[in-house]
Design a protein around this ligand. Structure first.
Ligand code: SF4
Ligand code: ZN
Length: 426
């Protein structure tokens, strides 16, 4: 017997109508994540006997324990069991957390994975909202929307620093495993890519195209995930796209993709390139993990991650960049992408050395130190493949400077390969 949950028992109004709503400074009661504290999400498959359907537990403080302006670490741990459930579905269910929390009136959710950010408004708290309601919502809506593949959902909300830390470490190992599932796949090997239009509620014309070598810009969906999502929900936000005729193999443009994007963006976007930041880059929505920008003086490209709040050599902070280009319009010279994508072989290869098929990474001249360190192992192994084993040390970061002039000095000193390339702006 399938559990039917028709009503969502929380004190706030709930529905897609509240999805685009912001919680601004003067309305803010408290927040989790967003660089102030850790906020992490993880969906894991469980054994049928191991969990209790509908059980929601908050371990640690909850909203009533907080005062105005307070912050709290948060780990949202969702366990799912079902005869039809597969571990492959975990990322798909996990990505639902974003819009489902946004459906709660007066509560805002940004980001995903271990960079989530929840802002709770005074109005929601006045109505009686607590973190437990997040669990209630996830339980009810996941049953409603994915009842076909799951039978039981249990949600635990950790708010003690140590618990959140432990859960985050575990989650990062899971994310890594998921990311690496597409590691050895090539875009040439498949005839079908997938679309993702999950973010159209925020960026109405935005269509992500996800290929094995270009994971979704939020970092939460790769080609495998989109494929699994389509299998669960054939009329859902992830549709197969027949690549069709190749228009430009180096920049990554296909007739079938363009046609799909044009129709799914309601004519707003005529098509785009998968592997270029300069020429017709893919469109970007507000969820991207990183935003890359061309630095013309340095003849290279910088990229900045969401968690880095400082200045960057392109003159804009992450939030400003996201505001400018997060609406789903094409902005040549800028492109949103996932962290993992930086070290995928086709990353901006169209802007890389012309004699190299997959050398886009060599255009990267600046990255925040935290991002560089996070992906160091992967940069090192790609750099070795590209014949520049010490490339990591040639990438500038904020300790070198946050102006193009400062970066340029460093690049010259380090003999960065981008300086020998043809002009980045063509
Ligand atoms: Fe899908 Fe792209 Fe949004 Fe990620 S950013 S959920 S891939 S539309
Ligand atoms: Zn988005």
């Amino acid at each position: 017997l399938k559990v039917q949950v028709s009503q969502i028992d929380i004190p706030c109004s709930f529905g897609p109508a509240y999805e685009g709503e912001r919680v601004r400074g003067k309305d803010l009661h408290s927040q989790m994540g967003g660089g102030k504290t850790q906020c992490t999400e993880l969906v894991k498959m469980a054994d049928m006997k191991e969990i209790e359907d509908g059980k929601v537990e908050v371990v640690g403080k909850d909203i009533p324990d907080l005062g105005e302006g307070d912050t709290l670490p948060l780990g949202i741990y969702v366990q799912i069991a079902g005869r039809e459930f597969q571990a492959d579905f975990e990322p798909i269910l996990e990505r639902q957390i974003h819009h489902l929390i946004n459906y709660i009136q007066g509560v805002m959710h940004i980001g995903q994975r271990d960079i989530s950010w929840i802002r709770v408004s005074k109005a929601a708290v006045e109505k009686g909202f607590t973190l437990k309601d997040i669990g209630v919502v996830l339980h009810a809506k996941m049953h409603q929307d994915f009842g076909k593949v799951l039978d039981k959902i249990q949600v635990t909300l950790y708010t003690k620093k140590d618990d959140v830390k432990k859960m985050t470490e575990r989650a990062r190992a899971e994310y890594k495993q998921r990311d690496e599932r597409v590691e050895n796949m090539k875009d040439e090997d498949v005839e079908t890519y997938y679309s993702c239009t999950l973010c159209q509620s925020f960026a109405p014309n935005h269509v992500c195209s996800v290929s094995p070598e270009r994971t979704g810009l939020c970092g939460a969906y790769n080609w495998m995930d989109c494929k699994a999502s389509y299998e669960i929900n054939p009329t859902g936000p992830n549709q197969p796209i027949k690549k069709g005729e190749v228009i430009d193999p180096r920049l990554g443009q296909w007739k079938g993709v363009n046609e799909f994007v044009k129709q799914a963006s309601r004519g707003a976007v005529e098509g785009y390139n998968f592997y270029s930041i300069v020429y017709d880059p893919m469109t970007t929505c507000g969820c991207c993990e990183c935003i890359a920008a061309v630095l013309p003086t340095c003849n290279g490209v910088m990229t900045v991650n969401r968690e880095y709040t400082g200045d960057t050599p392109c003159g804009m902070k992450f939030t400003t960049l996201a505001g400018v280009m997060g609406g789903g319009a094409k902005s040549p010279g800028f492109v949103g992408h996932s962290k993992f994508n930086i070290t995928q072989r086709k990353f901006i290869r169209g802007d890389g050395p012309p004699d190299m098929d997959e050398g886009g990474l060599l255009r990267i001249v600046w990255m925040p130190k935290m991002l560089k360190e996070e992906i160091k192992d992967r940069i090192d192994s790609r750099a070795k493949e590209l014949g520049v084993p010490d490339f990591y040390d040639k990438i500038a970061d904020e300790t070198v400077g946050t102006t193009e002039e400062e970066v340029m000095e460093f690049l010259k000193e380090k003999d960065h390969p981008a300086l020998k390339l043809e002009s980045v702006v063509g």
